[in-house]
Design a protein around this ligand. Structure first.
Ligand SMILES: NC(=O)c1ccc[n+]([C@@H]2O[C@H](COP(=O)([O-])OP(=O)(O)OC[C@H]3O[C@@H](n4cnc5c(N)ncnc54)[C@H](OP(=O)(O)O)[C@@H]3O)[C@@H](O)[C@H]2O)c1
Length: 252
């Protein structure tokens, strides 16, 4: 019999996290699902249990780092951790600086909590010499979009962190992957300004992420045309890329 697979997904109450939870739910899987919204957490847990998984839920605000750390420290070695919880902000219709309270919350959720989760779960993984950590960045991490400066900064930071971790921990048998989705239908995506081409459903995104993680791809980025285009934004001279993003309608 295969040993029990222990999988943790943060932000499982959201669109991508919920679809990922269902994609991994199966007999022989112990699923740790995290979120804040009680009703959404209960509903995703029910769907995953119906698919045969053992489900353990945790409701907490990941900005509360002592509580977050204390919870993670009780879990022991996990096979897969998908660090997915995130939030967005933008410069709004009046093109104003994002409110500082929002920027701070965004950095706490997208970057600080994500790094704390990775740092905490990798300790038992290192002792065991195996495990997998996936960080959900974004195609917005390739080049800063004028409409969402803080979000792009956080996702670029997460991308760099994941790449560094992969280089550091790969030789020890720990796989680290950076996930860079394009537009995926979700409440967060609905709230983003600018055009949203090549939108995917959360279920399609979850299938692609699961396949990429099984293959241990360093970078799981999609969908193809947008992925290729945004990759070029990082390669071209910045002065050219800025003109392109403004021309495409992300100028604010
Ligand atoms: N959708 C897209 O187009 C897109 C594109 C690129 C990258 N991404 C990334 O994909 C990830 C998932 O996004 P999504 O589109 O699925 O958005 P979503 O449906 O709005 O889900 C966001 C998730 O993050 C959780 N979260 C936010 N702040 C939190 C906090 N302070 N404490 C605990 N949990 C918190 C939410 O929990 P509660 O609702 O329970 O509070 C929810 O589960 C994010 O990291 C996002 O940046 C999304």
């Amino acid at each position: 019999m295969n040993p029990l697979q222990k999988i943790l997904i943060t932000g499982a109450t959201g669109a991508i996290g919920g679809a990922l939870a269902e994609a991994y739910a199966a007999p022989g899987v112990e699923l740790y699902l995290h979120g804040r919204n009680e009703a959404a957490l209960g509903s995703v847990a029910e769907r995953c249990a119906a698919l045969g998984a053992d489900v353990i839920c945790e409701r907490l605000d990941i900005r509360d780092t002592p509580v977050l750390h204390a919870w993670l420290s009780t879990l022991g070695p996990l096979d897969l951790v998908i660090i997915n919880a995130g939030m967005n902000s933008n410069i709004g219709p009046a093109s104003e600086p994002e409110p500082w309270s929002e920027v701070e919350a965004l950095l706490d959720v997208n970057l600080k909590a994500a790094l704390l989760i990775a740092q905490t779960v990798l300790l038992p993984m290192r002792e065991r010499g195996k495990g997998q950590i996936a960080l959900v960045s974004s195609l917005a991490g390739y080049f800063g979009l004028p409409v969402t400066p803080a979000y792009c900064a956080s996702k670029a930071g997460l991308k760099a962190y994941g790449e560094a971790l992969r280089g550091w921990l790969g030789p020890e048998g720990i796989r680290v992957n950076v996930i860079m989705p394009g537009y995926v239908k979700s409440p967060m995506c609905d709230g983003m300004p600018g055009p949203k081409p090549f939108m995917w459903s959360p279920e399609r995104a979850a299938r692609t992420i699961k396949r990429g993680l099984a293959r241990d791809k360093a970078r799981i980025s999609f969908p193809f045309p947008l992925n290729w285009g945004t990759w070029w934004l990082a390669v071209l001279p910045a002065a050219v890329s800025v003109r392109i993003v403004r021309w495409l309608g992300y100028g604010g």
